[in-house]
Write a protein that binds this ligand. Structure first.
Ligand SMILES: NC(=O)c1ccc[n+]([C@@H]2O[C@H](COP(=O)([O-])OP(=O)(O)OC[C@H]3O[C@@H](n4cnc5c(N)ncnc54)[C@H](OP(=O)(O)O)[C@@H]3O)[C@@H](O)[C@H]2O)c1
Length: 346
């Protein structure tokens, strides 16, 4: 297959990561890319480490018609609200779209508009969007033309929660998710809170009860459980560039020990190439996954609570890697194509 891909928002962290993966994808023949402020610039002038791997001249947003025309699938690595109208354009031209922003993750327009405080840019498309978390919704993704790539925190939390909820092992009103992310989670644009002197040797909680990933986690946890799930989600910023560690707590509704819980996780993810369960005596660390499309989970029982630790790279399994996994599914390629070789962190 000679797939032609387009990337809109290529100069951001997620866009760059998409290029890093797709330029060595064996089924991708051409990458076309655009951004807002760097039109006419060579991508390797923005990201010199891509020189010799991806020779791409960045197009402007006014060239989107041409970019879409030259693509079989378009990845949108844009801010929320900017993304939806571009998705509409791609769909109208009969091409497939994988949106890495939040515009199609929540099925209800009203919920999106409440949490994101903007009007939805293409509400008519919401009904055909599919939530692109392959390990949990693989069959639903196949054959679709609009994939909503999950948020980074939701990916880490939902992979940890899925066995507990699908197997009805926990009290659905007792779920607490404590997550920590590296600074690249906030994107590349200039923000006071992302400055070195603000983040370095510092940790802080933020968005308590108000973080926009809360309704996404709550909704898909409910889908997995088959009924509503109450969740408390608290994100933190940690002073590393990449990586998310989420610790999920939930009250067990039956008597289980750590060994049985770990076995449940091992069985649940036995056929998944990108989800691994830590062995007895191990607990996952972000260094195990940085740069890769993998998620490591560690599960123990502590005083009748299931405690599950989940680590991912926010830019790979939490964004670009998962998006490529979704592209592989849409085009009936082996799901690991272009993702297996992603380097392990030293
Ligand atoms: N960072 C993560 O860990 C992560 C994980 C999962 C999902 N996401 C989501 O993925 C999307 C991209 O995230 P990011 O971290 O890569 O953000 P980013 O580093 O801030 O990059 C944003 C990109 O969008 C372009 N852009 C910004 N405003 C635009 C506008 N009004 N019109 C057209 N283009 C515009 C920028 O172009 P210029 O550079 O030319 O301005 C840049 O290429 C976001 O929706 C984010 O929530 C991020």
């Amino acid at each position: 297959m000679a797939l032609r891909v387009g990337i809109v928002g290529v100069t951001g962290y997620v866009g760059e990561e998409l290029v890093r993966i797709l330029c060595h994808h064996p089924e991708v023949s051409e990458i076309t890319a655009a951004s807002k402020d760097f039109a006419g610039t060579a991508l390797d002038r923005v990201y010199p480490h891509l020189r010799g791997h991806a020779e791409i001249e960045i197009m402007g947003m006014e060239d989107l018609g041409e970019l879409i025309g030259r693509s079989d699938v378009v990845f949108l690595a844009l801010p929320h609200r900017v993304s939806a109208p571009v998705a509409q354009q791609v769909i109208e031209k009969g091409k497939k779209v994988i949106d890495l922003a939040a515009d199609f993750r929540l099925p209800e327009q009203k919920v999106y508009e409440e949490w994101y405080q903007v009007e939805h840019g293409a509400p008519a498309l919401l009904k055909e969007a599919v939530y692109g978390l392959p390990e949990l919704f693989r069959e639903e993704i196949k054959g679709k033309r609009l994939v909503a790539n999950p948020g980074c925190y939701p990916t880490s939390a939902l992979l940890a929660l899925a066995p507990l909820l699908k197997k009805r092992l926990v009290d659905r009103s007792s779920v607490i998710i404590d997550s920590k992310s590296g600074v690249s989670g906030a994107g590349r644009s200039l923000k006071l809170g992302s400055l070195f002197a603000e983040c370095n040797e510092n940790m802080k909680a933020y968005g308590l009860g108000t973080h926009r990933h809360t309704p996404e986690i709550t909704h898909y946890a409910g889908v997995l459980a088959g009924e509503a799930v109450d969740i408390i989600f608290t994100p933190h910023l940690m002073p590393v560039s990449r990586g998310i560690i989420s610790t999920v707590y939930a009250k067990l509704s039956s008597n289980l020990d750590s060994c049985s819980l770990r076995q449940i996780y091992q069985d649940f993810y036995a056929d998944e190439e990108f989800v691994h369960v830590a062995l007895e005596g191990e607990m996952p660390e972000t260094k195990w996954v940085v740069g890769t499309n993998r998620c490591f989970l560690g599960a123990v029982v502590n005083r009748e609570m299931a405690v599950v630790v989940s680590v991912i790279d926010n830019l790979v399994k939490g964004a670009a890697g998962q998006a490529v996994q979704n592209m592989n599914l849409l085009f009936e390629l082996p799901e690991n194509t272009g993702l297996q070789q992603l380097g392990l962190y030293p």
